[in-house]
Write a protein that binds this ligand. Sequence first.
Ligand code: MN
Length: 384
Amino acid sequence: MKNIAILGSTGSIGTQTLDVISQHKDKFKVTSLSCGRNIKLLEKQIREFMPNFVSVYSEVEAKELADMTRDLDIKIFHGMDGLLEVARDSESDMLVTGIVGMLGIRPTLEAIRSGKDIALANKETLVCAGSIVMEEAKRNEVSIIPVDSEHSAIFQSLQGEEQNRINKILLTASGGPFRGYTRDKLEKVTLEDVLKNPNWDMGNKVTIDSAGLINKGLEVMEAGWLFGVGRDRIEVVVHPESILHSAVEFDDGAVIGQLGAPDMRIPIQYALFYPKRPKLMAKKLNLFDVGIMTFERPDIDTFKGLALAYEAMDKGGNVPTVFNAANECAVKLLLDRKISFLQIPELIKSAMDDVKIIERPTLEDILSTEQYAKEHVLKDVEKA
Ligand code: MN
């Protein structure tokens, strides 16, 4: 039995993780769960998986959920303290970090320091606090297993290759719904257009990030930390069919990649069972249906977010945090219909240009940089 705790159990990663677990109930026990405000779904999950405790967004949701579950013996926490409780859950072996944003940094670090292996789906944590997280993971001898489909593909491609150097990582991108668009055309897209991803079923934040290639920028930085590779050896390849989920080129020129149907349950199950591959009830890849796979260069002149991510990675220190936090704030503003899609990279750039660079940021520096970036974005939007 492996005991699993999940942050973000009602989101896209969380629900698919529980789907995988429900296919292997004899192998896993769910010991704790956290969600934000979707307590109706959380109640269903509690009744099905019987965790020892859960955490929700605030006291309001905690009280409501307590009413709904009066017949059960379940402890309910809330807020950041609740996330930290789930992270350090004394019964869990592994934490699945399915929450979105920098909110994931403190719980991820808490879990690492408590000796939990991490199934990492919260890329913002590595983007902002990569040096701290990787160092702590090493010190506490815990594994960080990527859940992000591209990083899982790279991780799978590296099995048995410990003695070999990575020459190049080929990080694939679907290109999102606006692939091939000019800037003029991008100016007119609506929030509804942004929220349609052709291949992957994801939460709103990741879907918006994907549409502007900002998600890919975050993933370049995530790959850099996970696999210890500099940005000059991480190449983004637009691959609209989303069949090759990423690949590694070795020094001899061999390219090893992972292919499959675009189904997040495959990388999720791989992280849960690593290194085993038991049967999974999911759609299998049919190459005859796929027929043709195509590859193209990303258009970084139109999709400036990706170029800014490379710039943030070059500058290092707290600059990736500015990139990420300004983006998080801008995405919220887009969802509130306060800004247009093309303003997102502009707001990120403005915050990056003005920041005082801290070369080796502590966790406190990272959190204060987050504050700086969010305030900078809000000020810019007010001015306009
Ligand atoms: Mn991804």
